[in-house]
Structures are given as C-alpha cells and as structure tokens.
Design a protein. Structure first.
Ligand code: ATP
Ligand code: MG
Length: 561
C-alpha cells in the first residue's frame, strides 16, 4: 500500500474531526499537527490502528502533519525491537510521518530543566517516602491524602537532592521528585504526582546517561507542547490526567499549549488488546510470536494476509466516539471479504483430498483448460489449469449415501468439475477400515469447458486439481484465540483460550498456478475462502493461512449453541 491509498481512506465524520474543523474555521489553530505516541513496550495492535488512522487521517484531511513520537520514558520495559516493529507497522498501514520522527527521550534535558524550574518556583519537592508509604499517604477515591513530611523542604535542599538524584548518588527507589499540587484534591492524579524516579537502567536510546527518568505523565504533555501539537488526541483513560497535563502547561514556560481530546478505545471481541496480555500470550508460548496469525497485532494480521486497506476500512467504519463498546471480529472479516472479493484472484485448491480416477480418460494424457482469474474483474484475465486421468476432489464433496439436499458427487450421479467436464461417479473403492479411498468415474468428452451440447443440467459444480500436477501444501485454519466474546483473563489466559484456534491441514493439493503465489497477495481458493502465503513457506513446502472463510461460519456455529 502506498501513501495515496492511505490518503484515499477518508476519515468518517466524528466529534474530534468536528473540533479540528471548528478550530481551523475560527482561527484558533493555524495548522493541524497531531501525533501518534506509542510507548515502545510491545508490538502495535488493531486498537492502535484506530488511533493511527485517526491521527494521520486528520493531518491528511486538513493539510497538516502527524508526528510519530515514541514516549520512551520507561527503559525497564522498552526495547529497540519494539521501536523498529512499530515503524514498520505504521508504514505498512499506509501512513508516513516524513521527517517527523521524535522520541520523548530527545527532550530529557529540556524536561529536566523544567523540573528544576518547578523546584525553583516552590512547585516540586524531593520526597524520601518509600513506595509503600507514598501509597498510604495518597488516600483513596473517597478520602483525601496526607502531606508527606518532606513536602516543605527548602528550594535549595530540593535542588541539591534532585541534582544528586541525577548524578546517580542514590539507589533506585530511594527518592522521587514530586509536583507540589494538592494532596486533598478530588482527582488522585493531582495529589502530588511523581515527576521523576531513580532507575539505574540502560535506555535503548540514551544508554547509561541518565539515572533518573521522567514519568509518562511528566513527559507526555510537555512533549506535545515542544512539538506544537494542535490537537492531542488520546483514549478516555487519560481524561482524568488532563487537569494534571493542564497544570504542567500553566506552570512551565512551554512553547505551546496543546489541548487534549479523548475518544473511546477499540475493544475487539474474542481477543485481548492489552499489551500486558499480548506479551503474556507470547511469553507463555500460547502463540508462536507477536506475528502469529491469530494475534490481533498489526504484524499478526499482516502475516495472516489481511490487507492494510481492510484495516483502514474497518477503522473508518467503527468511527470515533466517547462510548465504550466491543466490536465484533466479524466486522473486520466483512471488510476483508469486501476488498478481496473484488480484487483477489481465484484458484482451485483441495484441502482434504480424495482421489478420483477418470476411467475413460487415456493414461499418460493431459490437457489444459481455461479458468477465469476473477469473475468480478475482467481485466484479471484467465489462466490454464491442467486436467488428467487422476484428480483430487474435496472429501466433503462426495457422499456415498447422500441425503435429499446433497447435490454434489455420489454413486451414479453426474456433476460439473469446474472449467472441465461433466463427470459421473461409477464405483467407490474402500480400504480395509471401510474408508473411501478412491472414486472411479467417467467423463463426457462432449462437455469440455463445463457445458453439455444437449442442454442437460447438473445440480452441482465442484473444484478439483490434477494429481500429477498438484502442488502439495499445508493450510492453516484459524478461529478466534479466545472462546468468549469478552474473555475473562483474571485467573490467567489458559482457561479463556479457545483450544481449537489453530487447525493444520498438512495433506492439501493446489493447482500449479499457486506455486507462484506471493506473500501479501491473498487469493480465493474457490468455494473455500481467502488464503495467503505464509512466510514459513519454502521451495519444498507451501504454507497458506486462511485469511477469512467465504461466509461467517463461526457466527453460524455459535448461533447453533
Ligand atoms: P500501555 O497500557 O502499555 O500504555 P497502550 O495500549 O496505551 O498500552 P501506547 O503505546 O501507550 O499503548 O498507545 C499509543 C496510543 O495508542 C495511545 O495514544 C493510546 O491511547 C492509543 N491506543 C492504545 N490502545 C488503543 C485502543 N485499544 N484503541 C484506540 N487507541 C488505542
Ligand atoms: Mg499507554
């Protein structure tokens, strides 16, 4: 996907967009500057995509810009691997920050100066209380907090201690710097929040330069101010932090005064979107990695074969509001089907093969039949599919003793083999265990291409592949990772996981054109769904992921329960 595609994805109307448009119209802002501000402590997921589409979408629509800024204030949890993957994922989603790649760590020196500024103003102090004591002093939602005994230290003593904190003179956890606001505030965030803590940790970008690190709350809003962000868009859980961010902006000589607007997070059914839970899925080995095709991560969705354009379409459809709700995965599936139905080429693949021998077709002979690549798109053209005496069809497409409504192959019945001939089943061959292993059939040479000159009809058309030409493959079918729509993971992941989220079919047979399938280019396996080559494939083994089935069989299965 390129930039133009992304720009074409319109931001659907929403309250944030209305605010931006009004601010521009009233001259309150001259140009729109937004940012996407990830903490590099995990891979991005589809919830982040909502924020990315909104922030980059607003910038594109109003001719502004969107920065990519890493809020990298916690070296204990951050890694270069995450910084790299986040950039790759935002780009893949179709967005471009140009030269506007920033890091909160670039502002560490400035943030430190501002912390000293607050001390000089008598608005910050070094506290020696332990973490446990601080928690005790903080009070609760219904009770006010208590002042720390260190709250009235002199400005000079505070400056001296803070400089020693910076110089690495104290142990981790020994002291913190706190804002002096109001321990009795009804908003817990204003009860003298911590601005700096001592962490003797190497930072992915600043290395061992710092012994103290700003808290997220102290860095986030000021970073926005440094970048002249016109609209600081974030999720609802930060609404209670807004008064604190405003307090910083009022009490510091910052270059600009960004305003914050909050929208509701995306919650997606049958999965989890908390980074802590996603890390746990990876670390405990429930999935094969961050990019496991069952993961709601951008890299997982990409590996599964979900196009970036479908994710952008999904984000446009869910909209941006202040209401919390859970969106069904079926909506993403719908977006994928819409796009792929129009654009994906069709191929024939047999996932659970049973052999068919055409007894009246000469041994050693084969021919090429013409197949349409995409009935929705004439320009996609046609391809040749080899036909021969021995074929494979889907085990499901045959029944020895068919019920009334089963119109596919059965003893004595004639059906159409797609793009090929009318074929009649004459005999069923079984092994000692009584399983059907082969069907002996005959074809009508007059029906080449799939139509009978005498006008006779058949009730079913099935897909097939030629045995000697077929490409062997593994196909992986996915179901949701979690059984419940809103998984309860309070007692760990294990009990909530869907034990059948992955099914591997290792004996599949594909038509030869699928030898040339490319990564990131899903195709439709006729009658089965959309499938995408997995990067695990090599010259020997093709591996395909099912992106999505043709119909929503999961929803149907659940409705039956
Ligand atoms: P953490 O709990 O580790 O902070 P996070 O999901 O908040 O995780 P961030 O890296 O802080 O991750 O997120 C970057 C941006 O993406 C933030 O502005 C955040 O509000 C937004 N975001 C995160 N999760 C969602 C979600 N589910 N829906 C919409 N936006 C989200
Ligand atoms: Mg966060």
């Amino acid at each position: 996907m390129n930039e133009t595609d992304a720009e074409a994805t319109s931001v659907s109307s929403n309250f944030v967009r209305d605010i931006v448009a009004e601010d521009l119209a009233a001259g309150r802002v001259k140009s729109v500057v937004t940012r996407f501000p990830p903490e590099p402590n995990g891979y991005l997921h589809i919830g982040h995509a909502k924020s990315i589409c909104l922030n980059f979408g607003l910038a594109a629509e109003f001719g502004g810009r969107c920065n990519l800024r890493f809020d990298d204030t916690n070296p204990a949890k951050e890694e270069q691997e995450y910084i790299d993957s986040i950039q790759e994922d935002v780009r893949w989603l179709g967005f471009d920050w140009g030269e506007h790649l920033y890091f909160a760590s670039d502002y560490f020196e400035q943030l430190y100066d501002w912390a000293e500024h607050l001390i000089q103003q008598g608005k910050a102090y070094v506290d020696d209380l332990s973490a446990d004591e601080m928690r005790e002093f903080r009070g609760t939602l219904t009770e006010p907090g208590k002042d720390s005994p260190f709250r009235e230290r002199s400005i000079d003593e505070n400056l001296d201690l803070f400089r020693k904190m910076r110089a690495g003179k104290f142990k981790e956890g020994e002291r913190v710097l706190r804002a002096k606001i109001d321990m009795a505030s009804g908003n817990v965030n204003l009860r003298d929040p911590v601005l700096y803590r001592i962490l003797h940790q190497s930072h992915p970008r600043t290395g061992d330069e710092w012994y103290i690190y700003p808290t997220y709350d102290f860095a986030h809003g000021q970073s926005d101010a440094i970048e002249y962000i016109s609209h600081s868009v974030c999720t609802l859980e930060f609404a209670d932090h807004r008064p604190l961010y405003d307090w910083f902006i009022e009490n510091l000589p910052v270059p600009s005064q960004p305003k914050q607007y909050e929208f509701s997070r995306l919650n997606l059914g049958h999965t989890v979107l908390s980074k802590r839970a996603l890390i746990q899925l990876v670390d405990e080995g429930h999935v094969r990695g961050w990019d496991d095709p069952r993961m709601p991560t951008i890299s997982g969705l990409r590996r599964r074969g979900i196009p970036a354009a479908s994710i952008r379409d999904f984000c446009a459809r869910i909209g941006v509001t202040k209401q919390d709700n859970v969106i069904e995965m079926a909506l993403l599936d719908f977006c994928v089907r819409e796009l792929l139905n129009a654009g994906a080429e069709r191929r024939m693949a047999v996932l659970d093969p049973i052999k068919v021998v055409i007894e009246n077709y000469p041994e050693g002979q084969s021919e090429e039949l013409e197949a349409v690549n995409n009935p929705e798109d004439e320009t996609a053209g046609t391809r040749k599919v080899p036909f021969s005496r021995e074929l494979f069809i889907e085990r499901d497409d045959f029944m020895e003793d068919p019920p009334k409504k089963f119109f596919r192959l059965a003893p004595g019945r004639e059906v159409r083999f797609r793009y090929a001939y009318f074929i009649t089943c004459n005999e069923v061959i079984k092994n000692d265990a009584g399983e059907v292993v082969e069907l002996r059939c005959t074809y009508d040479p007059e029906t080449r291409g799939g139509n009978a000159p005498d006008g006779r009809k058949v009730k079913a058309t099935i897909h097939w592949v030629s045995a000697e030409h077929a490409v062997p493959a593994e196909v992986r079918l996915y179901e949701p990772l979690f059984t419940d729509e809103e998984p309860d993971i309070t007692d760990g992941l294990e009990a909530a996981l869907n034990p059948d989220s992955l099914k591997r079919l290792t004996n599949c047979r594909l038509e030869p054109a699928l030898r040339d399938a490319a990564l990131g280019e899903p195709v439709q396996f006729e009658r089965l769904g959309y499938f995408s080559l997995d990067p695990d494939s090599d010259g020997e083994t093709r591996i395909f992921n099912r992106v999505v089935a043709l119909r929503d069989s999961w929803a149907k299965a659940r409705a039956k329960k």
